[in-house]
Write a protein that binds this ligand. Structure first.
Ligand SMILES: *Cc1c(COP(=O)(O)O)cnc(C)c1O
Length: 421
């Protein structure tokens, strides 16, 4: 597809027919009648996942039993799978481990960064960051207050203060999410690192909405630490573990918060004293989630064949198309496109602000167009180029138009709230 944005459904169908990523659609299992615009929250199911997880259960567990720790390489899975994620984020082999949840991994790297800057007392983050990042910083503050190291949390915001305003020689670490989960706005990682390093601090990136969504080059961007989910754009499956990146240059200095036995230098010596393993392995804690890791391995088989630049090109084309259709066909409605138009600042989602957004999203879901809603007022649509086409985008906007025109979304059944939005 060129820069040309399709302006008819026929042109969308043509764009799908000549899409270099078109063949990937068949590697995913999606229900009939659904246009899935929530792969940024929970990625779709790759067709090979069931057999891969099944093999781990029946063969590796059922037949291999305890022998599989060696015979099926269970013990090294966290770093083996980490090495397969590495190319997607510009990491080198031996720099990524897959374990635990993103929240726990953030604690691991935050404490490492704080230990590398022992004379500094401020952690910078962003008011609009994903809440778990903010909460993990607060929990770390509470912990360290008990250990007589008072920590301040300084939050930047689009309305001020800016990063430049808060950076100073008391800042130890800056914790930012590369692509904002609400707005889809993306940071320039290299530019941020330059500022943070000029202030003598370390930068920690949350890549939950970046990995598999946009090309990322952590080493080229001179980042210090990174963490991210594997169940969103990477399609690892519900609850698949997070990844954690520490560049080779920091690995000797970095001491993780959680000193579990599987991060020990010699776990099977069963010694009394902790000694960190060399390299990224020290960031392991306990026994890995092997069934979840098997699901992630299946999806990484798909990603191994993917060119991230092609994903980016199509992601921008899909989001450009969605924005153009919302602007032209829904001009009569009071919709605000919150996501930046500027390609350099856009991730792989588009968020719309509108009164009644929660109910409108429920009405969309009832019609098979699945996105989600983020309080207080955003409808969020994720674009996953491996299993979403141009005609899907066209059809999704058509359904949204019908819902707005008919006013059906005002029906009270769409106002009911579930536990998860
Ligand atoms: C989804 C998401 C998380 C999730 O953290 P978990 O510990 O995996 O639940 C964290 N950070 C960001 C920015 C996210 O979007």
């Amino acid at each position: 597809m060129s820069n040309h944005v399709p302006s008819t459904r026929g042109q969308c169908v043509e764009a799908d027919a000549s899409d270099p990523l078109g063949a990937f659609r068949d590697r995913f299992q999606l229900p009939e009648g659904v246009i899935y615009l929530d792969g940024n929250s929970l990625g779709a199911l790759p067709k090979n996942t069931l057999a891969r997880v099944g093999r781990t259960i029946t063969d590796e567990w059922g037949l291999g039993l305890i022998r599989s720790w060696n015979d099926a390489s269970w013990f090294t899975k966290p770093t083996d799978v980490g090495d397969r994620i590495a190319p997607l984020v510009g990491a080198a082999s031996g720099e990524v481990v897959v374990a635990d949840s993103t929240s726990a991994s953030l604690f691991q790297v935050l404490v490492s960064a704080l230990r590398m800057r022992p004379d500094r007392s401020v952690v910078v983050s962003e008011r609009d960051n994903f809440p778990t990042d903010l909460y993990m910083i607060q929990g770390t503050q509470e912990l360290l207050a008990g250990a007589d190291r008072d920590l301040d949390r300084r939050l930047i915001h689009d309305d001020g203060p800016s990063l430049d305003e808060v950076l100073a020689d008391d800042v130890s670490a800056v914790v930012l999410t590369h692509v904002n989960y609400r707005t889809g706005r993306m940071y320039d990682m290299a530019a941020v690192a330059e500022k943070v390093h000029a202030a003598g601090a370390l930068v920690i990136w949350d890549l939950c909405h970046s990995v598999g969504a946009v090309p990322v080059d952590l080493n080229a961007a001179d980042a210090d630490f990174a963490i991210g989910c594997t169940y969103k754009y990477l399609n690892g499956g519900p609850g698949s573990p997070s990844f954690l990146w520490v560049p080779a240059r920091h690995q000797d200095a970095a001491r993780p918060a959680l000193t579990g036995w599987q991060g020990h230098a010699k776990p099977f010596d069963f010694t009394v004293d902790y000694e960190p393993a060399p390299g990224i392995t020290r960031f392991r804690v306990g026994t890995p989630q092997l069934l979840s890791l098997a699901g992630l391995e299946a999806s990484l088989d798909v990603w191994a064949d993917v060119d991230m630049q092609a994903v980016r090109t199509k992601s921008l084309a899909l989001t450009d198309l969605f924005i153009a259709l919302v602007e032209t066909r829904l001009a009569a409605y009071d919709l605000e496109i919150v996501t930046p138009r500027d390609h350099d600042r856009r991730g792989s989602q588009v968020s719309l602000r509108i009164d009644g957004g929660y109910q409108i999203m429920q009405a969309l879901i009832a019609r098979g167009v699945i996105g989600d809603f983020r309080a207080p007022d955003l409808m969020r649509f994720g674009f996953t180029p491996l299993y979403l086409g141009y005609a899907d985008v066209w059809d999704a906007v058509s359904v949204l138009e019908e819902i707005l025109t008919s006013g059906v979304w005002q029906d009270e059944r769409f106002a009911r709230r579930g536990a998860v939005s």
